[in-house]
Design a protein around this ligand. Structure first.
Ligand SMILES: *[C@@H]1O[C@H](CO)[C@@H](O)[C@H](O)[C@H]1NC(C)=O
Length: 177
């Protein structure tokens, strides 16, 4: 699940934290792997941008280890008003155990939609056993919920960590306007 869980955690965070007003929107600009411990995981995620600003996400995730609350999902955000400005650390962040994440955010905001596009694990699964997960044509749509973040450009780094070791890191860039 590795990435599925936590790449989606990233998208989820764009939904929850970034969430736009009815007349504002979020555009995904980039979704890329920064690093990965390829002994424990192999992930390939591809974002296909559509002309209408939405995106489709495909992914393959091989997880060779079992994940529990000793594994943390750590999401950090940086913000800039313009893309060529210096990005500054934003107060919104998330640092939570994998199982805790599963039984809260994942269960509440993700699983219902995700299960139609993947073999995503049930939210009560803990620890998460080794598995090969697929995500196919998952549609990322701009959500219509209350705005909690300011306009501008964001870089979101999502890490899966065990103790101080970064096992996977992805970067998502998006624009809120
Ligand atoms: C979370 O990741 C950020 C960088 O993306 C790092 O600066 C921070 O120390 C990490 N937090 C923890 C608790 O490991």
């Amino acid at each position: 699940m590795a990435c599925a869980l936590y790449c989606l955690a990233l998208l989820l965070l764009t939904v929850i934290l970034v969430a736009a007003e009815e007349d504002a929107k979020i555009t995904l600009l980039k979704f890329e792997k920064v690093m990965e411990d390829d002994v424990d995981f192999e992930s390939h995620v591809e974002m296909i941008k559509q002309d209408d600003g939405t995106a489709i996400i495909n992914g393959e995730f091989k997880q060779h280890v079992s994940l529990d609350n000793d594994w943390k999902i750590n999401i950090t955000l940086y913000h800039a008003h313009k893309p060529d400005e210096e990005y500054k650390k934003s107060p919104e962040r998330l640092h939570t155990g994998v199982c805790e994440f599963m039984s809260t955010f994942y269960k509440k905001f993700f699983y219902e939609k995700l299960k139609d596009y993947s073999n995503a694990p049930h939210p009560d699964t803990c620890p998460l056993p080794p598995e090969h997960y697929h995500l196919k044509d998952y549609p990322y749509e701009t959500p219509k919920i209350k705005k909690m973040m300011r306009n501008g450009y964001y870089r979101m780094f999502g890490r899966l960590q065990k103790e101080d070791h970064v096992k996977i890191e992805y970067l998502v860039e998006f624009l809120v306007e």
